[in-house]
Design a protein around this ligand. Structure first.
Ligand SMILES: [Zn+2]
Length: 188
């Protein structure tokens, strides 16, 4: 399982890769990037409703390319209310953010995911399993939340930071060398 920290850092990394140096009116804003990068974990809510938080987690179609495309289509519809245009550009940004979660979970969840749904209903698991998993207890909501407070989970988050923070540093250096500026006459 990749933690929300890893997904949020991925969202931030994509934000820094796409935001312009001099842009003050960024849309979507940073919080939307981070929300989108975490969105596929919405399936945990259904488990919480049944007092078994991990019952559906990562095994639902939320972790599929089909859902990522469906969500992209919804995002495209929503972005059409924005007056600036560039709707498909913004929608594909959502696709990249959503897909980043699926890719990260595929390598880090330890559970088979319906990666290719609806083309293929089978679930797939990463045979390498090189990302460390969380310690968790799925017997009830309370046990689950309590089980997250574990020294190993803290180590996992530190390991994720050790992967993503150097990547962020490299992105910032790249931005310093290749400043992305808005064209004259506006932010778009
Ligand atoms: Zn996830």
């Amino acid at each position: 399982m990749s933690s929300p920290v890893a997904h949020s850092l991925t969202g931030y990394l994509i934000y820094r890769l796409t935001v312009r140096q001099d842009e003050t009116d960024r849309w979507p804003p940073l919080w939307a990037y981070i929300a989108m990068a975490n969105f596929p974990d919405i399936d945990i809510v259904f488990g919480f409703l049944q007092n078994t938080p991990f019952q559906y987690h990562h095994e639902s179609i939320a972790n599929s390319i089909g859902m990522a495309l469906g969500f992209t289509l919804c995002a495209w519809c929503c972005t059409r209310i924005h007056p600036s245009g560039r709707h498909w550009q913004r929608a594909w940004l959502f696709f990249i953010l959503y897909s980043s979660h699926i890719v990260l979970d595929f390598f880090g969840s330890g559970r088979a995911v319906p990666l290719l749904w609806p083309l293929d209903a089978r679930t797939y698991i990463n045979p390498l399993g090189f990302m460390p998993g969380f310690v968790k207890n799925n017997t009830s909501n309370v046990e689950f939340v309590a089980s997250l407070i574990h020294i190993w989970n803290g180590i996992v988050v530190l390991m994720e930071c050790a992967i993503f923070l150097p990547a962020l540093y490299l992105v910032e250096r790249w931005r310093g060398r290749h400043s992305i500026k808005a064209p004259p006459g506006g932010n778009e």
